[in-house]
Design a protein around this ligand. Structure first.
Ligand SMILES: C[S@@+](CC[C@H](N)C(=O)[O-])C[C@H]1O[C@@H](n2cnc3c(N)ncnc32)[C@H](O)[C@@H]1O
Length: 304
């Protein structure tokens, strides 16, 4: 026997009411997610701080360094790299924007580019008139930086370093480090060592990965994490081939860079601010609106 229209209607109303009951959980879930976000950030910050104090690392440094060395040796071209003419054409302006410094500031200044990779920023800083000390753990990176920056070689110094070991104090006008400290295995120690290179009153620029905070950012980072899992057991050569096949020659480098190194730390801006204040920096600010933090600061001169 078929159901009467009245019963059908009653059932539909009951189902809708139950559905609304689940919808009423939404505000609770939103509040809970926000709370958990903060709680995870706090726990991660505590872990980083204790690793810093105890000078601990993750044990994944060798893989991460080898991945970057492979990348610079075998995948040196792609979007936003020296082979990208439009990126290079806008590089000086881009550096002024991310450092918050006018182009007149650079001539004659001494800058250290910590974790220089194949030297795209070293090149731009030299182009702006600075003297540059370009440093990296990777031999291949330094060789390519030397080639790229050959037109400015009188103002270029190259140094092979391991940032976590490089405690020396220096007095550069600008300590610049783009996309490096979050790959070292002890982010706070790496930040401290970059900070030590800025002299009193000297400036600091850091690009540090940010935690995702909105849907496109979660989607992007989840995509990286999924692909990282997929390639986990492949050799570096096999990863390169997969990126080329899947994303093509222009984008392969970017994907390899995002998923092949095992160490990819992500911080909130508030955490970076706390750390830089503790390390004696002031005027801490973000220069551009982006998920990854482009942070500038000034080293406080000593109190007389
Ligand atoms: C994502 S790349 C950024 C390169 C460059 N700053 C750029 O933006 O083109 C990270 C660089 O950090 C370097 N690096 C990673 N760990 C390091 C360490 N412990 N000491 C020195 N350099 C390190 C890698 O070799 C790599 O060149």
């Amino acid at each position: 026997m078929s159901e009467s229209p009245v019963r059908t209607l009653a059932r539909a109303i009951r189902d809708t009411w139950r559905g609304l009951g689940s919808l009423r959980q939404f505000p609770r879930l939103i509040e809970q997610a926000e709370y958990l976000d903060r709680e995870v950030a706090r726990i991660r910050a505590d872990l980083r701080r204790s690793a810093w104090r105890q000078q601990r690392t993750t044990g994944l440094e060798a893989q991460t360094k080898a991945s970057f060395s492979f990348q610079w040796e075998h995948m040196p071209t792609g979007r936003a790299l020296p082979s990208d003419a439009s990126f290079m054409a806008g590089l000086d302006e881009h550096i002024c924007r991310i450092t918050g410094l006018p182009r007149e500031w650079f001539p004659g200044k001494r800058v250290v580019d910590v974790g220089c990779g194949i030297g795209r920023y070293s090149y731009g800083l030299l182009q702006l008139g600075a003297s540059v000390t370009a440093c990296d753990q990777s031999e291949a990176a330094l060789r390519r930086t030397a080639e790229l920056c050959a037109p400015f070689k009188d103002r270029l110094t190259l140094r092979r370093i391991d940032l976590l070991e490089w405690r020396d104090e220096a007095d550069f006008d600008l300590a610049f480090s783009f996309g490096v400290v979050h790959h070292t295995g002890n982010t706070y120690l790496a930040v401290e060592h970059v900070c030590r290179k800025a002299g009193p009153g000297g400036r600091l620029f850091l690009m540090i990965y940010g935690v995702p905070e909105n849907t496109p950012a979660w989607r992007e980072v989840n995509e990286y994490e999924r692909l990282a899992e997929e390639v986990r057991h492949l050799s570096l050569e096999q990863r390169k081939q997969l990126m080329l096949d899947r994303f093509g020659p222009d984008a392969a480098h970017g994907w390899f860079d995002a998923v092949s190194p095992r160490i990819n730390d992500r911080l909130t801006f508030e955490e970076i601010q706390d750390l830089l204040e503790e390390l004696g920096f002031t005027n801490i600010a973000r220069t551009i609106d982006a998920r990854d933090h482009h942070v500038v600061a000034v080293r406080r001169p000593p109190v007389m």
